[in-house]
Design a protein around this ligand. Structure first.
Ligand SMILES: Cc1cc2nc3c(=O)[nH]c(=O)nc-3n(C[C@H](O)[C@H](O)[C@H](O)COP(=O)(O)O)c2cc1C
Length: 385
């Protein structure tokens, strides 16, 4: 049998406390601290604990060249093959060998792949956890985390501050001043098809295309994009838009069209709430937008590049701001959140974390007249100065 190490693996030293009756009876605090190594490999679904001997055995194999094993594999090698940190060149391919080959083909910069894999949530109820911790209120936050760093920074001055003038506001200043995150959508009011269409046109449509031959095509959009690659795909949960069947869609930027996707098993509102990690206030938006960068498009140019992932995340932030401003201009409310359950999202939309993992969910629609959940409405916020 020939064996090689998986392409990328990092080992983290962790310490965990566990309850121990013996320690309590002996007059201790009842806790035993244990240290151990955890292997984090982006091609594997989850982390796995390894002992020091396994870690060292793993490091003795090349990720590039196959090593022929003579005789029976050691206990360490057997375990590493079982968990997928080593892969074998045998006729019946294992799921971890396939996953490792797939990961290799995607050209991730390893630390970025780790971030993408291990920041992913699976059925997390972020609202419930904040309520349990008491961090859903300012008082609870201070109790749990202490006072925050100040809202602004005071650097040591090398001279008097240079005071800047304030000029009369122009249309764009007025528009920016009206923008605020909406947490109270009017569930009784459908979004007009015209507003829906305008929003998608402004934020996600291609305004033009530049063909450069050999399959190289660049799109021109309203929002800038790293490498001009516009890798972010827009998936939609349409809940309440006039003339559009509620369901899941993929937006086609050249055609300015929606492609219907398979219907989910759960009702749309329940699915929305799950994907939004329990944030029911956002789940009521008539339109939810999933920002999912297509990694292969970015890695075509930025292959194994330490900045590629950063550019993908920045792209999503830029798109989200265009969405916010466009919604504000139309009198609509908008939001964005990165507190999302990627695992359920991938399942619903047929995505895969290392190829097209979602980064954030946004949404838009009519605001409710009532403010049940807190918002920073500029009308109620004190002005500067
Ligand atoms: C990256 C990002 C993540 C956010 N995540 C959440 C979230 O999980 N839940 C939420 O209610 N608001 C979320 N927000 C909205 C912020 O809380 C909001 O922008 C902030 O309170 C300032 O208020 P404003 O947008 O009305 O000016 C997020 C905003 C950004 C930019």
């Amino acid at each position: 049998m020939k064996v090689r190490r998986c392409m990328s693996v990092f080992f983290e030293m962790r310490e965990r406390n566990r309850f121990d009756l013996g320690s309590l009876l002996a007059g201790g605090n009842g806790l035993i601290s244990e240290r151990g190594w955890v292997a984090l490999a982006p091609h594997l679904e989850g982390e796995c604990q390894v002992c020091e001997a396994e870690m060292l055995a793993c490091g003795s194999f090349s990720p590039e060249h196959w090593t022929t094993l003579e005789g029976e594999p050691t206990a360490e090698i057997t375990r590493l093959l079982e968990v997928g940190l080593l892969v074998a060149d045998v006729a019946e391919r294992s799921p971890s060998r396939d996953a490792d080959d797939h990961y290799r083909s995607l050209h991730w910069w390893p630390l970025a792949a780790l971030m993408q894999r291990f920041t992913r949530w699976d059925a997390v109820d972020s609202v419930g956890s904040m309520q349990r911790l008491g961090t859903n209120t300012v008082a609870g936050l201070i109790k749990h985390c202490g006072p925050p760093p100040p809202a602004t920074l005071d650097r040591v001055a090398m001279g008097p501050d240079v005071r800047l003038e304030q000029y009369p506001h122009r249309d764009l200043d007025v528009l920016f001043a009206r923008r605020f995150t909406c947490r109270n959508f009017d569930t009784g009011r459908a979004l007009e098809r015209e507003y829906f269409s305008r929003m998608l046109e402004r934020v996600f449509a291609a305004q033009g295309r530049v063909e450069q031959g050999d399959g190289v095509e660049f799109l021109k959009k309203h929002t800038p994009s790293g490498g001009s690659l516009h890798a972010t795909e827009c998936y939609l949960i349409v809940q309440h838009v006039e003339g559009i069947e509620p369901g899941l869609y993929h937006y086609r930027p050249l055609e300015h069209a929606l492609r219907p996707l398979p219907a989910p098993q759960a009702p749309l509102r329940d699915l929305a709430c799950t994907l939004l990690a329990g944030q029911h206030w956002f789940a009521r938006a008539p339109v939810l937008v999933i920002y999912a960068p297509r990694v292969a498009r970015s890695h075509w140019k930025y292959r194994s590049h330490p900045k590629a992932y950063r550019a993908l995340l920045l792209d999503v932030g830029h798109l989200s701001q265009t969405l916010y401003v466009s919604a504000t201009d139309l009198g609509l409310g908008a939001f964005v959140t990165s507190a999302i359950n990627e695992a359920q999202l991938e399942q619903a939309f047929g995505l895969s974390v290392l190829e097209q993992g979602a980064v954030a969910i946004g949404g838009f629609g009519w605001r409710s007249a009532e403010q049940e959940i807190a918002e920073l409405d500029p009308v109620t916020v004190c002005r500067r100065g």
